[in-house]
Design a protein around this ligand. Structure first.
Ligand code: PHE
Length: 437
């Protein structure tokens, strides 16, 4: 086994920023906006908020408690609290990390490309054709490889020198960029229609099963739940931290960034009269509609476009780091490998796995549905059952650093009954949609 003592975060700020860095990413800016557009605006947002509060934050707390309690990554943590029979569950987490990072990095590669395009030359007015050309094939592979190389190097440097330092520098930059862009969106003439689309609720849509399950899936994806990222980060925590408060801070920050990203995207799209394009929204919509908007805005479009795609790339990087950290830490904890070897070997393997989705966007879409939705929700179901029913005394873990937290019974009850039931319904609907349509 690996004999080196486990690394620790320097302090609370380091951990919280890294965890927010994991949560805030393409999920907030790209996935959230395109799903909101596809599923009819505010109804989706309302459901997403409800799932974040009722399911996301309790499951996040469960992950933090497990990670800190076991002091290890998912496979060993499940073994620690549940015995060897539970270890294969941890393997599902590692598989999710593998699959998600492989396609996530391809999308991150697109954002790098767009940021460069904005800087040197400006956006192509035929944005759709441009996206079709760059999103698949050699260019996409190059973007993906560059992004994976950066991610791997940071993870190889370790918790403090790599992950923590990157988050400390990049997260404030990201917050400033996204808030600045939202203020800019507000100044645009015609932004009101965008706000209306985004914020006016049509409650009839809330009862739609597909909207319901997609919103739940998005809550998991956005909070980096169900695959052990938060658990792994918590394994580098010190015992005196107040985990329930940390869960609220992380969940709150994640929501705020997603919400503000909506305040950037929708005014821009509506102000430039591109809302029809939003109607036919799919995975690529943001990468088509926004560049089209930027291309009509002259030099301002280049500046704003650069800042927007730079923010996306930054968010993607701090999330990708956490995905690779799950795989790396698992290899360190279970195989006893040193960090550098684990990060490099798995960084390269994931880079290879990302080549098919970089060549064909259909594969990317499919991987997002399989791992980004199905696996994460399955992981969340497993976690809630595990902490709700199997773990002997989950509260003793939470209590360290949070002696007087009054919500323990509510938390446990949510994990035991309502959350597993809701997730089962969501899973059923995913499986039906994926395989029976
Ligand atoms: N939460 C990240 C995002 O919103 C994605 C992610 C999912 C990261 C799962 C880690 C684990 O972009």
């Amino acid at each position: 086994m690996n004999q080196a003592p486990r690394e620790r975060w320097t302090g609370r700020t380091g951990f919280v920023l890294a965890a927010i860095g994991s949560a805030v990413g393409l999920g907030n800016m790209w996935r959230f906006s395109y799903l909101t557009a596809e599923y009819g605006g505010a109804a989706f947002v309302v459901l997403y908020v409800a799932f974040t509060v009722l399911i996301g934050i309790p499951v996040l707390l469960a992950e933090l408690a497990m990670g800190r309690g076991a002091n290890s990554s998912p496979i060993s943590a499940l073994g620690h609290f549940g015995g060897n029979a539970w270890k294969p569950g941890g393997a599902l987490f590692v598989a999710s990390g593998f699959l998600i990072l492989a396609y996530y990095s391809v999308i991150a590669g697109w954002t790098l490309r767009y940021a460069l395009v904005a800087l040197f030359g400006g956006f192509d007015p035929d944005a759709k054709q441009y996206f079709i050309e760059i999103s698949q094939g050699r260019g996409a592979v190059i973007g993906h490889v560059v992004f994976m190389a950066g991610t791997t190097l940071i993870v190889a440097r370790g918790i403090r020198a790599g992950i923590e330092r990157t988050s400390l520098i990049l997260m404030p930059v990201l917050f400033m960029l996204i808030c600045g862009l939202a203020v800019y969106g507000y100044t645009l003439e015609g932004a009101g229609a965008g706000y209306r689309f985004y914020l006016e609720t049509d409650f009839s849509k809330i009862l739609d099963a597909e909207v319901f399950s997609t919103a739940a899936g998005q809550a998991f994806f956005s909070l980096s739940l169900g695959m052990g990222a938060m658990m792994t980060y918590a394994s580098y925590l010190s015992p005196e931290q107040h985990l329930p408060n940390e869960s609220l801070v992380i969940g709150g920050a994640d929501f705020v960034v997603a919400f503000v990203a909506g305040l950037v995207v929708f005014p821009l799209i509506f102000a430039l009269g591109l809302s029809a394009d939003v109607g036919e929204s799919t995975l690529g919509a943001l990468f088509i509609t926004l560049p089209k908007a930027f291309s009509q805005m002259g030099i301002a479009g280049q500046v704003v476009g650069f800042l927007f795609f730079a923010a996306l790339a930054v968010g993607a990087l701090t999330s990708a780091i956490s995905l690779l950290e799950v795989v790396t830490a698992s290899a360190m904890d279970t195989l006893g490998w040193p960090r550098t070897r684990s990060a490099l070997v798995f960084g390269v393997l994931i880079t290879l796995l990302g080549i098919p989705p970089a060549l064909k966007i259909n594969i990317l879409d499919w991987m997002d549905k399989l791992a980004g939705q199905l696996f994460l929700v399955t992981g969340g179901l497993l976690l809630s059952i595990f902490v709700g029913w199997v773990m002997k005394d989950p509260f003793s873990e939470v209590r360290r650093g949070a002696e007087h937290w009054p919500w323990f019974p509510v938390w446990r009850f949510l994990l035991r009954v309502p959350i597993p039931l809701a997730l089962l319904i969501v899973l059923y609907s995913f499986v039906q949609k994926m395989f029976c349509e």
